[in-house]
Design a protein around this ligand. Structure first.
Ligand SMILES: [Zn+2]
Length: 455
């Protein structure tokens, strides 16, 4: 009995040593990466595309797909590069990449004013599939490839619709024309010990007058979202974003608990989050406004098959209702006004498509965004280069004009919404005597008072 156990132990030891030596001795087998139509986009000897001289949209996409494939096969474990490559050895990775879209995207970016500066772009199909992405050819301090479609940057004002306006609307706190006064939220002490007003608006001034939510979003005021988030609750917003989107807000979550919500109100309301967000993440989040409030995390990988043809992974969707259908519809309409004549994203306007989106720019012009949708696509454009002007809305438009689109396509209809004429000055239902009247979108069940200022 005793001898049997020892011999069994020895056999097991020999087996482990043998397989260990075989594993470490064998070289990795080639990995194939295929696009959505089954054409090979890359054949790699060591599951790494970053060293090669590859066309930028293919390099960015394959890099993102390999990272995602490793995550699926390692079940989220953070493996060293060599271990990760072994997991993919001999595999075929079928992706959602649409090479026509990727080529259109590349043509648009390389003929735009951001062709020569750092930039990252992502395009999804609004149904949870990353269909193309792009990164200018960048390297980090160690000379490693930096994929700017997956690299996180501060999202700035592109975060406002996600973290402030939509959650507040969903909770019933806010509607299209809720009026807030454009004034400082508080005084803060600068490095020189001087007190100053906070937050600053982009134009450096305050009107000190009531302004509607729709207008505040359209011209990207900073004062209004800070007040709305204060009323809604920073913790509530952070919790909603992490629960539903898995948005990386760990820093803000902890800081709000240890130092108070006001410490991070600017991070969340104005998009100066510690971890930042990538173009792929933001394109994915914005698709909720085009898809009835339902979120599907953008996926590159459709299927992973090993060398014997066994399926190791297959995509299944995992929809999450982030906002109500009504809120998503109204937010979409509101975001369409951003690309209108006096909106900050007016250069994203396309004659034959409903563009809904939002700009974002850092205080020191260290990054510029436009994230938006048309009925078929969601697209995030980020560029650095310390330019004063935000070129992203125009690049978004150029990209959308390159992509195959149905000009008659519209966003899904939502019942229980109605158009109302409201007074731009009071935010209330327009009376016959209001001089500045606009059209807004409201849930039918939302009751509103008549403007009393102009009667
Ligand atoms: Zn009025």
């Amino acid at each position: 009995m005793h001898i049997k156990r020892v011999s069994a132990f020895l056999i097991l030891m020999c087996f482990m040593l043998l397989t260990g030596s075989v594993m470490s001795g064998c070289s990795n087998k080639a990995v194939s990466v295929l696009d959505i139509s089954g054409d090979t986009i890359a054949q790699l000897n060591d599951a790494d595309i970053t060293k090669g001289d590859v066309e930028p949209a293919r390099k960015a996409y394959v890099d993102a797909a390999l990272t995602q494939a490793v995550q699926f096969l390692s079940q989220g474990k953070d493996l060293p590069d060599e271990e990760a490559k072994k997991l993919l050895s001999g595999c075929q990775i079928d992706t959602f990449m649409d090479t026509k879209v990727a080529d259109g995207l590349t043509h648009a970016v390389q003929n735009s004013e951001i062709a020569e500066i750092p930039c990252g772009v992502a395009v999804t199909d609004n149904r949870g599939h990353l269909i193309a992405c792009y990164s200018s050819d960048e390297t980090d301090e160690d000379g490693n490839y930096l994929n700017l479609s997956t690299e996180r940057q501060a999202p700035y004002s592109t975060l406002k619709p996600l973290c402030v306006y939509a959650p507040a609307m969903d909770s019933g706190l806010l509607h299209w024309s809720s009026a807030y006064t454009d004034k400082p939220y508080k005084q803060i002490e600068g490095a020189d010990g001087e007190m100053s007003d906070w937050p600053k608006n982009a134009n450096g001034s305050y009107s000190e007058k009531p302004v509607t939510a729709a207008r505040a979003l359209r011209v990207s005021l900073n004062t209004v979202p800070v007040q709305i988030l204060h009323d809604y609750g920073v913790n509530n917003a952070v919790k909603l974003m992490t629960d539903r989107f898995h948005m990386p807000l760990d820093y803000e979550y902890t800081k709000a608990i240890t130092s108070g919500e006001d410490e991070v109100i600017g991070n969340v309301a104005l998009g100066y989050t510690y971890a930042g967000l990538s173009p792929i993440e933001l394109a994915g989040y914005y698709s909720v406004f085009a898809a009835k409030g339902v979120y599907l995390a953008p996926s590159c990988v459709r299927k992973i098959t090993d060398e014997k043809g066994a399926t190791l992974y297959e995509y299944t969707d995992d929809p999450v209702q982030v906002y109500s259908e009504e809120t998503a519809y109204i937010m979409n309409k509101m975001l369409q006004t951003v690309a209108d004549t006096d909106g900050t994203g007016r250069q994203a306007y396309i004659e034959d498509a409903y563009v809904a989106g939002k700009t974002g720019t850092g205080d020191s012009n260290d990054g510029h965004w436009f994230v938006g949708t048309v009925p078929q696509y969601s697209c995030a454009v980020w560029h650095g280069g310390h330019t004063e002007r935000n070129a992203s809305p125009a690049v978004f438009r150029d990209i959308m004009e390159e992509l195959p689109r149905d000009p008659n396509a519209d966003y899904p209809w939502c019942d229980g919404i109605e158009e109302r004429a409201y007074c731009e000055e009071s935010g209330k239902l327009a009376s016959g005597r209001c001089s500045k009247v606009n059209i807004g979108y409201y849930p039918t069940k939302e009751s509103m008072d008549l403007c009393r200022e102009h009667q």
